[in-house]
Design a protein around this ligand. Structure first.
Ligand SMILES: C[S@@+](CC[C@H](N)C(=O)[O-])C[C@H]1O[C@@H](n2cnc3c(N)ncnc32)[C@H](O)[C@@H]1O
Length: 258
């Protein structure tokens, strides 16, 4: 399946909003509801992490699968498989020690947990609600014996994790919901936990035009911005061109020690 990426569009531009609304009238009421909810949450949670945690609490109450971006169960399964297959083809082995940043309710995580040696999967997330759903996924899949770690975090300093430990660090659909300071924080600290020869793969919503955000939930970045940020922290970023044909709306960068 291929997804057409509209790379140049600025979703905050009035002309785009009018065109989009005329083309998708059915999406106006849910958008208005979401905008009102988000404005209310933003008022009560000025910093991004607590704001997004509140968004996740509200979304997870309705459906954990929808909260991580999959409205139907078969899409949830397919998006997990997409991540798993790609990483398997690009360096993951059963012996890898993996850190999954923003693991959600283990859409892909359960597949990694099943595949990796026991204890080799470490999932972190800012949302206690989605981590409770993650434990349910683990139980539903009968993966208790794989003994994964699932840990709540409030930032991405990774200060509680050991140095030079992880061969694979992964963040799928996390930076697409993150302001630049959070990505910067992660890139400033991920090098410390990467094992020699390890890599950090993350997806992001790519624009070739003006960088912008929608409802403080979706953030669009230029590849050069994120690669430049990585370079400032002594890391090298490589655009994963073959991810583009996998049918996912976001793009992927692989970061390694420079
Ligand atoms: C769209 S979901 C994707 C979940 C999972 N990676 C997947 O693909 O199924 C984004 C997840 O990232 C988490 N998240 C958002 N910002 C985060 C941050 N700064 N640090 C860690 N997790 C974060 C959210 O709570 C949510 O579970």
């Amino acid at each position: 399946m291929s997804v057409k990426k509209n790379l140049a569009v600025d979703r905050t531009a009035l002309a785009h909003k009018v065109r989009y609304a005329l083309g998708h009238p059915g999406r106006i009421p849910p958008y208005v509801r979401r905008a009102a909810r988000d404005r209310w949450l933003a008022l009560h949670h000025p910093d991004h992490v607590s704001y997004y945690r509140a968004v996740m609490a509200s979304d997870t109450r309705r459906s954990p699968e929808a909260a991580v971006g999959s409205r139907a169960h078969d899409r949830w399964l397919a998006l997990g498989r997409l991540q798993f297959d790609y990483l398997r083809e690009h360096g993951l082995t059963p012996q890898s020690r993996m850190l999954d940043i923003g693991c959600g309710n283990l859409r892909a995580g359960w597949r990694f947990i099943e595949y990796l040696e026991p204890g080799h999967y470490y999932g972190i997330d800012i949302s206690p609600d989605i981590l409770i759903a993650a434990k349910q996924t683990l139980a539903d899949r009968g993966l208790q014996d794989r003994l994964p770690h699932l840990t709540l975090t409030k930032n991405l300093t990774l200060d509680f994790l050991p140095e030079a430990h992880f061969d694979v660090v992964h963040a799928h659909s996390v930076f697409s919901h993150s302001p630049l300071e959070i990505i910067d924080e992660c890139l400033a600290h991920v090098g410390r936990v990467l094992a020699p020869g390890g890599f950090f793969d993350f997806t992001f919503d790519r624009t070739t035009g003006a960088e912008h955000q929608v409802l403080r939930e979706d953030f669009y970045y230029r590849t050069e911005t994120l690669a430049g940020l990585a370079a400032r922290h002594g890391l090298e970023a490589r655009f994963m061109a073959d991810w583009e044909s996998r049918g996912h709306g976001q793009s992927k960068l692989r970061v390694t020690a420079g």
